[in-house]
Design a binder for this molecule. Structure first.
Ligand code: CMP
Length: 133
């Protein structure tokens, strides 16, 4: 998911280009604005964390772009492509190093496991909105 900071800054096209150039196939894609309820649900796993309310407020503050991506080893390779959660620690050339402003406003989210990728894809897309080849 490309987060509201990166969409608002006009960086979504460059980010999608970088994702495709890294060998990911875009299987599903949509722009949306999350309500408070949907943002809370998406990040429910962090409900007990001190930053949860700020995260929900931010994620519902503007448009996001959700995508389902396909590639061998996709979860690990995508996390390498986007870089560390905190852009200060991200490697040069990663999406967060290039576009994230801070740990809170960090431009992009990637699933942390195949299991969560399936859950998160199902959050945004029905089966007939996902196309491969
Ligand atoms: P993301 O990969 O989308 O997963 C949870 C998000 O919480 C994370 O990126 C950060 O943008 C955000 N966040 C805000 N504060 C913190 C924090 N202190 N530690 C980790 N994540 C944080």
């Amino acid at each position: 998911m490309i987060k509201p900071d990166a969409v608002a800054a006009g960086n979504s096209g460059a980010i999608l280009k970088q994702i495709e150039e890294a060998g990911f196939e875009i299987v599903a894609l949509k722009m949306a604005r999350l309500s408070d309820v949907y943002a809370s649900q998406f990040y429910e796993i962090h409900a007990d964390r001190p930053f949860y309310k700020m995260l929900v407020d931010f994620m519902s503050s503007g448009k996001i772009i959700a995508a389902v991506l396909k590639k061998t080893n996709a979860v690990v390779d995508f996390r390498t492509l986007i870089g560390s959660t905190n852009p200060e620690n991200a490697d040069a050339g990663t999406i967060r190093k290039l576009y994230a402003k801070s740990l809170e406003y960090n431009a992009i989210h990637g699933s942390d496991s195949d299991e969560n990728a399936l859950i998160e894809a199902g959050f945004f897309f029905s089966n007939f909105e996902r196309f491969s080849k």
